[in-house]
Design a protein around this ligand. Structure first.
Ligand code: AMP
Length: 281
């Protein structure tokens, strides 16, 4: 595996692969890799000739009070894990090179970025779409994969690619979970023992919501109230939101219909965790 740090070098490598007719698959990450990330690498490997994984903690998507400085890092371990999967290239650009001063340009999918997680994290999705656009221009992938764990992100990137006529196929990979159901996340490392135990309530509440829908419940308020009751029964849980929306435009649904996304964010100590489930009505 080649570790590429220089942007121009990455561009020229990608150009060469394209000239050779190779299909480039891409997995953007912020590093501190876990089984969720690795599942996406395996998925994209099946659909491409060359696999590029980027590791870049994107300052643009962190709020002033968020954990940019403490975001967990272990590049040596990440590189080993990617090598074990026969990844072709780890692209590890430098923050100054990605956003040289003065930096002025952003990409924003306006309508979809201000709901769900966007409500409490203004600018977050603008940071995500801007960095993904830059990474797409540098890595020039034919296909890029995103995790269903960050459902809103996957919807927004898919819409951006469509609206801006980017010639990239976007696919999503299923959420990888711990044995007890907690979605695997780099931020789970922040949880103390009690918070880690309590955090399993998120998945249980989503499964409860799913079974209510499957039993015929169509009142979004009732489902949210039941989920809220379950989550708030845990001492360490500070619920941020529960939303039930359609999977394309992320409009809140009072009466459930079609394919729906049930999504939530909840704080446990200093960890902000998100999770979701898609259910067909
Ligand atoms: P991050 O490093 O958190 O920016 O995540 C990089 C990619 O991995 C994103 O597309 C995430 O949606 C995806 N991802 C993170 N956690 C999981 C998980 N538990 N299962 C599947 N994909 C995940």
């Amino acid at each position: 595996m080649k570790v590429v740090r220089d942007i121009e070098e990455m561009v020229s490598i990608s150009n060469s692969f394209r000239e050779e007719g190779k299909r480039i698959g891409f997995v953007p990450t912020m590093g501190y890799l876990h089984e969720g990330h690795l599942s996406l690498v395996r998925l994209v490997k099946e659909k491409s000739d060359i696999v590029v994984v980027s590791i870049f903690v994107n300052l643009l998507q962190f709020g002033p009070k968020e954990d940019f400085k403490e975001y967990p890092k272990d590049l040596d371990r990440d590189i080993k894990l990617l090598e074990e999967l026969n990844t072709d290239i780890a692209f590890v650009p430098d923050g100054q090179d990605m956003y040289p001063e003065p930096y002025f340009t952003n990409v924003e999918v306006t309508e979809l970025g201000n709901v769900l997680c966007g409500r409490k994290r203004p600018g977050f999705f603008k940071g995500v779409t801007t960095v993904c656009t830059k990474l797409f221009n540098i890595v020039k992938p034919h296909i890029a994969v995103f995790g269903q764990k960050d459902a809103q992100q996957a919807v927004i990137i898919t819409k951006m690619v469509k609206d801006l006529n980017m010639d990239i196929e976007i696919i999503t990979g299923p959420t990888v979970r711990e044995e007890d159901g907690l979605a695997v996340s780099s931020r789970n490392i922040y949880l103390c023992e009690e918070e880690r135990k309590d955090a399993t309530v998120l998945y249980h509440s989503l499964k409860r919501a799913e079974s209510m829908v499957k039993a015929g419940e169509r009142d979004g308020k009732k489902i949210k109230a039941e989920m809220q009751r379950m989550i708030e029964s845990k001492d360490s849980a500070k619920l941020e939101y529960i939303s039930i929306v359609d999977t394309k435009e992320l409009n809140e649904l009072e009466t459930l219909k079609g394919e729906i996304l049930i999504a939530l964010a909840c704080h446990f100590g200093k960890a902000r965790l998100i999770d979701n489930i898609v259910v067909a009505c």
